[in-house]
Design a protein around this ligand. Structure first.
Ligand code: BYC
Length: 323
């Protein structure tokens, strides 16, 4: 006769085997399915960091909504920043299906216990930064996120499909801002080039540390969460940028950027990983400002959350008395 404890072991083994099978067949894991704790934890980590990035990522661009150079530019920028809010919300919802509450994720963010993308800790002093963010930051985001549409966790992959469609509009609007500036006056061309100089290296850092210093990559790739390594995606991104930079007429600020016929890829200079680690440690140009603003927005929004909770309570009471 099988003892109950053994039965649990047998059940667990069967559940693990079903999970391994789904991954081996490149199928999707859904919230109802059993999954190993480490898989759940990794997804909560990555999806919540991604959601926080979208929400914090609204700040550098919202800085220019009131100062956009025309009504058309203002409307486009406003729509883009609203899209980022939407992305954050899809992603928080996807993370919630794994058993973490939105309030808990928000607390982690405002208390400075959660990560978000390093890129949003840089400042946006000129209008050309809107172009550079769209072209480089959203461009890097697309490169990284298109493969995530095939992530093994269903709610994450499905959220990414919609997000990628919007990111592609974002990337084009940034490219078009830069193109217009590059066809403008000498001062406008200089402003565009200066923005590209400042955003180029941080955008390459968005892909994460080099493969041999990326502790999470191997397991995430084995689970079909990540499909390509950090360095592979970074390399692909640079390959995408070079012809686009030629069309724009901007120079990518890397003197060692050169096509390597043998590797069929671009050689490039070493990235300044000290800067990346400084930003991750909270010492980037705008880390403190980003968190301060997020905290303020959370406090100022308390009445909205209270009003929504009160409305839900009254609706529930109404339904109870009707029943
Ligand atoms: N910044 O083992 P690794 C957007 C951390 S939003 C900060 O390679 P992994 C947009 C990493 O978390 C775009 N931290 O990790 C929004 C890990 O730390 P923990 C945001 C970074 O997860 C508004 C440690 O370094 N995109 O597009 O395998 C306006 C070791 O790294 C960064 C996403 O979130 C970084 N750049 O790979 C405009 C995409 N890089 O957690 C645009 C989804 C690494 O162990 N995320 N770290 O303490 C991913 O694809 C992966 O999580 C990463 C990192 C490629 C970022």
């Amino acid at each position: 006769m099988t003892a109950p404890a053994d039965l649990t072991v047998v059940e667990n083994e069967a559940a693990q085997a079903r999970f391994d099978d789904l991954i081996a067949q490149d199928s999707r894991i859904e919230p109802r399915d059993w999954m190993p704790d480490a898989y759940r934890k990794t997804l909560i980590r990555q999806i919540s960091q991604h959601a926080h990035s979208e929400i914090i990522g609204m700040q550098p661009e919202s800085n220019w909504i009131s100062r956009a150079p025309s009504l058309k530019r203002k409307a486009i920028l406003l729509a883009k920043v609203q899209d980022e809010a939407g992305h954050g919300l899809y992603l928080y919802s996807a993370a919630q299906t794994l058993g973490i509450g939105r309030e808990e994720m928000m607390q982690q963010l405002i208390e400075g216990r959660a990560r978000y993308s390093s890129i949003f800790n840089y400042t946006t002093p000129t209008w050309a930064d809107m172009g550079a963010i769209g072209w480089l930051v959203d461009g890097a985001a697309i490169c990284n996120q298109v493969p995530l549409c095939r992530a093994s966790y269903g709610p994450y992959g499905r959220a990414m499909v919609r997000i990628c469609k919007e990111e592609s509009f974002h990337q084009r609007q940034g490219f078009e801002i830069l193109l217009e500036l590059m066809q403008g006056t000498e001062a406008q061309r200089e402003m565009a080039q200066d923005a590209v100089n400042r955003w180029y290296w941080p955008s390459l850092m968005m892909f994460g540390p080099p493969d041999d210093e990326s502790p999470n990559s191997a397991q995430s790739m084995a689970w079909n969460i990540k499909r390509f390594s950090n360095d592979d995606l970074r390399q692909r991104f640079v390959g995408m940028l070079v012809p686009q930079a030629e069309v724009l007429g901007v120079t990518l600020p890397d003197p060692n950027l050169a096509w390597n016929e043998e590797r069929q890829a671009y050689d490039m200079s070493e990235i300044d990983w000290t800067e990346f680690h400084e930003v991750l440690a909270g010492r980037g140009p705008a880390n403190a400002e980003r968190l301060r603003r997020r905290r303020e927005a959370h406090e100022e929004g308390a009445w909205v959350r209270e009003a929504a909770a009160e409305y839900a309570r009254k609706q529930a009471l109404k339904q109870q008395s009707a029943a």
